[in-house]
Write a protein that binds this ligand. Structure first.
Ligand code: ARG
Length: 648
């Protein structure tokens, strides 16, 4: 604790900088109230006392802890260094150093400010004295219990237990949605899943589906209007081959249906064999593409039939996963391609190169081909048009693409072209913006690309079946579940099985490859969905065992956080909002998984081990903490696309 000076509240209220006390009335009760707050720019000048206190009324009661502390520090910074009005507060949760924490949050501005004002303000002798001043100039607030300055000027903040308790209590009454982060945008496109018609929907598409759905859910929770786009590969030269093969097999179009065709991938392979071995067939297939693109009814209809069969197959996977998508496949953007390319051409961006039309981009050694040498369009021309459409027609401010890292260069080039065309600002921190969310490979236990025993590809439906069956077996080994009605066993094993597959994927940093292992993901110990779902069910059973109506307890009892472990749990719960905000901003679902796992650990290993709930004098308050934990866990599950279970 060397060099750590302590300054303890209460702060004396100053008339100029007084921030309003906690008042239940100051929380906007309607979503529109929240939206209004969301759009307000939180800028403060210490001289404008009136606007400051009005702002603080709202600000004190909404938003993340980090944001609220930042507002207090912003006030202090303006007073401490009036010559630097642009310095933004840097507030972070404190990390434990060798197991010791000096506070809950810290403000890290002192060093940066010192380097700017060195020699200009005589009262400061170095970063620690800047830190001292930042601490002293903090306006009075109910949020802070005490502050201290440590090391080279870090201002450490210990939050008030009462304030934490009050925030939890409000959430229990107003609902967890009042803790939704506020993001600076209205509409986003999340382009995810996006398998290819008649080709396999492989584990890469499964990863895209799982990650994309979570990102969409987190953004939706944060009041962003999300267009969930399934950019299916429903166009391209392979359709000529498929259509000709279909005509051969089924001269009568009425005979075409899923049962007759069977597995589309097998159908695709058979047609490919035909295509490669018979030049006459190949020629017909090539003509078929032209006739399809020319819009000939017979060809269009066959194309539609093939797409429809694929769609039914994809939907089986989506239904199981509880994922909702809106299809706008590649073909949708076809009519826009000529106009978009014309615009780029007028801007002087398109050049001839070896018979093709291409765009050369800064710092990329290969050109982006937009018209192939045979005159056809390709993946890139479609993506350029889709991006144009999403920005200009759909008015999306953030366009997010979820695919494996292998496509990074493709998107990098498309985005660079869009910036050159002026569709997107050059500065990546400004909206509208486009982001590629890449992810690593799914590996089998042999360390190679994931495949199942017999087949060379993994049928996703089989994979999900196996996860469900395994979790069902494990469930039925428990005595309690043996008496459950069949329907409940089914529902629980689906929730656990599918939840396990999703969580195993989401908990890793998405850029790393991850190994698919049923035993690991279905383990009820460790960082798995099974462990988390059971932890949640256990919390629900504590509440049930109390025999109390939790809604009544909410109305009549107060949360107190006197025990250290109650406080630790309360603080972690309160950090939910800033964690979701971080997960959204950086498009990293693993950040939310880590938070959820830690929540469960703090609950089980600290709170529940050391604080008796049922039968204790603190029963009511502790039941409310259990309820708040269950609510936050359920919201995390929801955002991760996992269905909670209430009983085990
Ligand atoms: N269909 C592509 C594939 O399977 C993914 C599409 C991703 N989205 C996009 N706009 N390019 O690899």
């Amino acid at each position: 604790m060397l060099g750590c000076l302590t300054f303890v509240a209460p702060f004396s209220p100053s008339p100029l900088l007084s921030l309003h006390r906690f008042s239940p009335l100051s929380v906007p009760s309607s979503p529109s109230g929240l939206l209004k707050l969301a759009s307000r720019r939180f800028s403060i000048t210490a001289t404008k006392a009136e606007s400051l206190s009005t702002m603080a009324v709202d600000a004190e009661n909404v938003g993340s802890v980090k944001r609220q502390l930042a507002l207090l520090f912003e006030v202090s910074l303006r007073t401490t260094v009036p010559s630097e009005p642009d310095v933004a507060p840097l507030v972070e949760p404190c990390a434990a150093k060798s197991g010791v924490k000096f506070g809950d949050y810290q403000c890290n501005n002192a060093m940066g400010i010192w380097s700017k004002i060195k020699g200009k303000q005589a009262e400061f002798k170095g970063p620690p004295s800047v830190g001292q001043a930042i601490m002293k100039n903090l306006p009075p607030s109910d949020i802070i219990e005490s502050c201290s300055v440590a090391g080279p000027g870090f201002v450490n903040v210990v939050l008030s237990r009462n304030w934490i308790a009050q925030r939890l209590q409000r959430m229990l009454i107003d609902g967890i949605d009042t803790w939704a982060p506020r993001l600076p945008l209205k509409r986003a496109v999340v382009d995810f899943s996006s398998p290819n018609i008649a080709k396999e929907m492989h584990v890469g598409h499964l990863r895209s589906t799982i990650i994309g759905d979570t990102l969409a859910r987190m953004l939706e929770f944060s009041h962003v209007d999300v267009l969930r786009r399934n950019h299916v590969g429903d166009w391209g030269t392979q359709f000529g081959m498929l259509i000709e093969f279909l005509f051969e097999k089924f001269p009568n179009p009425e005979d075409v249906n899923e049962a007759a065709i069977g597995d589309l991938q097998t159908f695709y392979k058979a047609s490919k064999v035909r295509f490669d071995s018979d030049p006459e067939f190949k020629q017909r297939a090539q003509q078929a593409v032209v006739r399809l693109q020319g819009g000939e009814t017979r060809y269009r209809d066959a194309w539609k039939q093939i797409c429809e069969i694929s769609r039914t197959e994809f939907h089986r996977v989506y239904e199981r996963l509880g994922v909702h998508l809106e299809e706008k496949g590649e073909s949708f953007y076809n009519p826009y391609i000529p106009g978009v390319l014309e615009e780029l051409n007028k801007k002087g961006m398109i050049e001839d190169s070896e018979g093709a039309r291409v765009i050369f981009l800064k710092d990329v050694n290969i050109p982006l081909i937009v018209v192939k040498s045979d005159g056809g369009y390709n993946y890139a021309s479609t993506d350029l048009s889709a991006l144009w459409y999403r920005i200009n027609e759909e008015k999306a401010e953030w366009i997010i693409y979820v695919t494996d890292v292998g496509q990074q260069q493709h998107f990098d080039m498309v985005f660079k072209a869009a910036k050159r065309a002026g569709w997107l600002p050059a500065d990546d921190s400004l909206y509208p913006k486009a982001t590629h969310v890449g992810f690593g490979l799914v590996l089998g236990e042999d360390g190679k690309r994931f495949r199942t025993r017999n087949t060379e590809v993994v049928r996703l439906v089989d994979l999900l079946d196996e996860a469900k069956n395994r979790s069902k077996t494990a469930l039925l080994e428990r005595d309690t579940a043996k008496e459950w009605p069949e329907e409940e066993v089914e529902k629980t094993s689906e929730a656990v099985g599918y939840g396990a597959v999703k969580y195993a994927d989401l908990k890793n940093n998405r850029l790393t490859n991850y190994t698919f292992n049923f035993d690991q993901m279905l383990n009820d110990k460790g960082n798995t969905a099974v462990y988390l779902l059971y932890a949640h069910a256990r919390i629900c059973s504590i509440i049930r065992k109390s025999g109390k109506d939790i809604e009544e307890v909410k109305k009549n009892a107060k949360i107190a956080l006197d025990h250290e472990d109650e406080r630790a749990l309360g603080l972690h719960l309160l950090q939910f909002s800033e964690v979701v905000e971080e997960a959204c901003t950086n498009l990293l679902p693993n950040v939310l998984c880590e938070y959820l796992y830690n929540l469960s650990e703090i609950f089980t290993k600290k709170f529940y081990s050391n604080c008796q709930v049922v039968g204790s004098p603190e029963e009511d308050s502790r039941l409310l903490l259990c309820e708040a934990t269950a609510i936050v866990m359920r919201k995390c599950f929801y955002l991760l696309g996992i269905v909670p279970v209430y009983k085990i």
